[in-house]
Design a binder for this molecule. Structure first.
Ligand code: ATP
Length: 239
C-alpha cells in the first residue's frame, strides 16, 4: 500500500530523516516508536505531504506521490492526524469534521458514524474546538480524518496529554477501525500499549529506522535497547 524508498527529509542543512525505506501492506497496524527528536513526526509529515521530501521516493497504492500536495494525498486515501491536533479553534466540532468531508472521497464515514464512534462529541457538536478538552479535541481530529474515508490513517502521538480513561476510549475506537480493514500507523509513547495494539513495531533513532519487527517476535527489552541506541553485544567499556 505504501512504499517509501531512501527517504531524506531536512530542516535546512539538518537531516531529520535519513535514508529511510519502508513498505506497508494493506491492513497492517504499525506502532512507530522512538525518543523525542528521533524523527517520527518528520517522517510521518513527509509521508502525508505536510513537509517536502528532500530525496527519495514515496508511492501509495502504486502511484508515485513524492511531490504531490497533501490535499491530493488525502483524496487518494492517505490521512494524517497531526501531533497537537491542529483543529480550527474558532470553528465548531461539526464544522471541523465537515472539513474532512470536503475531499469528497466515497465511503461509509459521515457525521452520524463519527458521532456513533465518539459519543462524547455528540453533546458538544456545536461547541468551538478551542473550548474542548484534550480528549474531545483528539476525538475531533481523528473524526476529521475519518470523514475523508482514509485507507491509511496515520496518528501522531495518539495519546499525548490524555487521561488514561480517554486513552482507553480512543484506542477502543481505533480498534473498530482496524476491524474494518483500515491500515493504521500510530506514534505511541506508552510502549506496552503500543506493542499490545500494533502487529508491527518500528523504532526510529536519530532519523533512521533501527528496528522493524512483528510485535509477536520482539519484546520490551529489545525495543527499549533500540530506542536508546544500545546494542546487546556492544563491547563493555573498560574502567
Ligand atoms: P517528538 O516525539 O518530540 O515529536 P519526533 O521523533 O517526532 O519527536 P521530530 O519532531 O520529527 O522528532 O524531530 C526530528 C528532529 O528534527 C529533531 O532533532 C528536531 O529538533 C528537529 N526538528 C523538528 N522540527 C523542526 C523544525 N521545524 N526546524 C528545525 N528542526 C526541526
Amino acid at each position: 500500500m505504501l512504499s517509501v524508498k531512501d527517504l531524506d527529509v531536512r530542516y535546512g542543512q539538518f537531516r531529520a530523516v535519513r535514508d529511510v525505506s519502508l513498505e506497508v501492506q494493506q491492513g497492517e497496524t504499525i506502532a512507530l516508536i522512538g525518543a523525542n527528536g528521533a524523527g517520527k513526526s518528520t517522517m510521518l509529515r513527509a509521508i502525508a505531504g505536510a513537509l517536502p521530501i528532500h530525496s527519495g521516493t514515496l508511492s501509495f497504492k502504486h502511484r508515485t506521490m513524492t511531490h504531490l500536495p497533501s490535499c491530493d494525498r488525502v483524496k487518494h486515501g492517505l490521512s494524517l492526524v497531526p501531533e497537537g491536533r491542529r483543529l480550527f479553534a474558532e470553528m465548531t466540532i461539526e464544522e471541523n469534521l465537515l472539513l474532512g468531508k470536503s475531499v469528497n472521497r466515497s465511503g461509509d464515514w459521515d457525521l452520524d458514524r463519527v458521532f456513533e464512534t465518539f459519543p462524547n462529541l455528540v453533546k458538544r457538536r456545536h461547541a468551538k474546538a478551542g473550548s474542548l478538552s484534550g480528549g474531545e479535541q483528539q476525538a475531533t481530529a481523528i473524526g476529521r480524518s475519518l470523514m475523508s474515508n482514509p485507507e491509511l490513517l496515520i496518528l501522531d502521538e495518539v495519546s499525548l496529554g490524555l487521561s488514561p480513561l480517554v486513552v482507553d476510549q480512543v484506542y477502543a475506537s481505533i480498534e473498530t477501525l482496524r476491524e474494518t480493514g483500515t491500515t493504521i500507523i500510530l506514534v505511541e509513547q506508552a510502549l506496552d500499549r503500543a506493542i499490545t495494539f500494533a502487529k508491527r513495531a518500528i523504532c526510529m533513532l536519530e532519523g533512521r529506522i533501527v528496528l522493524d519487527k512483528p510485535t509477536e517476535n520482539t519484546n520490551r527489552d529489545e525495543i527499549t535497547q533500540a530506542y536508546f541506541g544500545l546494542q546487546e553485544n556492544a563491547p563493555q567499556e573498560v574502567s
